[in-house]
Design a protein around this ligand. Structure first.
Ligand code: FMN
Ligand code: FE2
Ligand code: FE2
Length: 399
C-alpha cells in the first residue's frame, strides 16, 4: 500500500504483519513493516529499500508513485538486510540510480550485495543533497543507532525526518500512521520492546541522537518500522520515552546480586556465607540472593546488567555448570558488561569444572573476574564456609 505522508513524500514500504521473530532474538507479537519512502523533487530519491522477500510488493508500491527507472538516488540510512535486502534487485530496475550512504555503510553494502564494484556515494555528517525545486536533504550521522553505519536524513522543507530504526517499532496495522493506531497499549509495548532490544546496548548514543535532532521542527518522523510518527500524534511521546529509557541507571546503594543454582543446597549455603563476607566489608551494600530457577530469567538478566558487581554460583553437574546458569549469562549485554567486577563459586564432587568454565566465559565477556573463583567440595565444611566468608570479604574489598 502506498500513502502520501507530506507534500512530496510517499510511503512505499512493505507490511509483514505475520512476523513473530525478528533478528533471531526479538519477539514481534504485532508483526512489523519495512518502511521506505519516495521523495519527489525535480529529482526523485528513495529512502531505504526493504527485506528481500518483500521485493515484489515493494516494487509494486514504487510503481504506484513513479516508474522505478525515474529514481535518481537510493539513500540507505542503514544497511541491515531488512533495509538493504532488496537493493540488488532494485538496482536492476533503477540502473542509473546513485546509491547514497554513510562511509561505513558504503563498505558494508559491497559485502551485502556481493558487488565489489557497487558505486556508492559516501556522505558525511551535515552533507546535503539537492533534489531541485527547493527540496534539499541533509544527512545526520547517527552512529550506533544501532550499527556503526546508521544515519538520519532530514528533509527540512517539509519537516520530515527519516530516522531509520530510531523511534521505530515492530508494530503492524493496515494504516501505518500514529493517529490511526487501533491498540495504543500494544503499540506502546512494541515501542518499548523495540527500544530495549535494539537500542538498550547503546543508551549514550540514543541521548546523542536525541541531541542531534533536538533543534529540528519535525512534522513527520518517517521511521523504518511501525507507524509513522507525527507532531501532535505519538512523536513527542516516543521522544520523551527514549529520553527516559536512555538515562543511565544509578543505584542508591552498591548493588551486588548473587545468582546461583543448587541441587542439594551446597552452592546455596556457600552463597549465604559469601554474602555475609561482603556485608562485613560493605554493610550498606544491597546483596540479594537469587536462586535462578525460581525467578524470571529476563528479570534476572536486567538485575545483573543493573548491578555494580555480581556473583554467579553453580554446582558441577556432568563436568559443566548447569544450563540455567548458562542461560542467565546469555542475557548479558556484552557491549555494556565490560570491566564489571564478577566472581564465581560452586560446590562440586570430583572434577569441578563449573567454576573455571564460568570464569572463562565471564573473562571472555571482558568482566573483571575475581581470582579463580571459589570451589567447595560436596557439603561445605566449617573451614570451607569460613573461606567463603573471606572470599566475599576480599571480593568486596577489591571493588
Ligand atoms: C547428576 C549429577 C552429576 C554430577 N556430575 C558431577 C561432575 O561431573 N563433576 C563433579 O565434580 N561433581 C559432579 N556432581 C556432584 C555435585 O557437583 C555435588 O553433589 C555438589 O555438591 C552439588 O552441589 P549443590 O547442592 O549446590 O547442587 C554431580 C552431581 C549430580 C547430582
Ligand atoms: Fe537495524
Ligand atoms: Fe531495521
Amino acid at each position: 500500500m502506498t500513502r502520501q505522508i507530506s507534500a512530496s513524500v510517499y510511503s512505499v514500504g512493505a507490511l509483514n504483519p505475520n512476523l513473530r521473530v525478528f533478528d533471531i532474538v526479538m519477539r514481534t507479537d504485532y508483526g512489523t513493516s519495512y518502511n521506505a519512502y519516495l521523495i519527489r523533487g525535480e529529482k526523485t530519491a528513495l529512502v531505504e529499500t526493504c527485506h528481500n522477500s518483500f521485493f515484489e510488493e515493494f516494487l509494486e508500491n514504487i510503481r504506484a508513485v513513479c516508474d522505478p527507472g525515474e529514481i535518481d538516488y537510493i539513500i540507505l540510512n542503514h544497511t541491515e538486510p531488512d533495509h538493504s535486502g532488496a537493493l540488488r534487485r532494485l538496482t536492476e530496475c533503477a540502473p542509473q540510480a546513485e546509491i547514497i550512504a554513510s562511509r561505513a555503510a558504503a563498505i558494508y553494502l559491497r559485502a551485502i550485495t556481493n558487488l565489489p564494484d557497487l558505486r556508492v556515494r559516501a556522505v558525511g555528517d551535515g552533507e546535503t543533497l539537492d533534489l531541485g525545486a527547493g527540496k534539499t536533504l541533509r544527512f545526520i550521522n547517527a552512529p550506533f543507532l544501532h550499527w556503526p553505519d546508521s544515519m538520519f536524513t532530514w528533509f527540512e522543507a517539509e519537516g520530515v525526518l527519516f530516522s531509520c530504526d530510531f523511534l521505530g517499532s515492530h508494530y503492524c496495522e493496515p494504516r501505518m500512521i500514529d493517529t490511526a493506531i487501533t491498540y495504543p497499549n500494544a503499540y506502546q509495548s512494541a515501542l518499548k520492546n523495540y527500544f530495549d532490544a535494539i537500542f538498550g546496548p547503546f543508551k549514550p548514543y540514543v541521548l546523542k541522537g536525541l541531541e542531534k535532532i533536538a533543534g529540528l521542527d519535525i512534522a513527520v518522523c518517517a521511521n523504518s518500522h511501525g507507524p509513522v510518527l507525527t507532531k501532535g500524534g505519538q512523536l513527542q511521546n516516543a521522544l520523551d520515552c527514549y529520553r527516559t529509557w536512555a538515562q543511565p541507571q544509578k543505584n542508591d546503594a552498591c548493588t551486588i546480586p548473587i545468582f546461583y543454582c543448587t541441587a542439594y543446597g551446597h552452592t546455596a549455603r556457600t552463597a549465604e556465607a559469601i554474602r555475609e563476607g561482603i556485608l562485613s566489608v560493605k554493610p550498606e551494600a544491597k546483596v540479594e540472593l537469587f536462586n535462578i530457577i525460581d525467578e524470571d530469567m529476563a528479570d534476572l538478566g536486567a538485575r545483573l546488567m543493573g548491578s555494580n558487581a555480581f556473583l554467579v554460583g553453580s554446582p558441577t553437574i556432568n563436568k559443566d555448570a548447569v544450563p540455567p546458569v548458562w542461560q542467565l549469562l546469555s542475557h548479558i549485554d556484552a557491549i555494556n558488561i565490560q570491566k564489571r567486577p564478577a566472581a564465581v563459586f560452586g560446590s562440586y564432587g570430583w572434577s569441578g569444572e563449573a567454576v573455571p568454565a564460568l570464569c572463562t566465559r565471564l573473562a571472555q565477556l571482558k568482566c573483571k573476574v575475581f581470582g579463580e573463583g571459589l570451589k567447595v567440595n560436596f557439603v561445605p565444611s566449617e573451614e570451607e564456609l569460613a573461606a567463603a566468608v573471606s572470599f566475599g570479604k576480599e571480593f568486596a574489598e577489591s571493588l
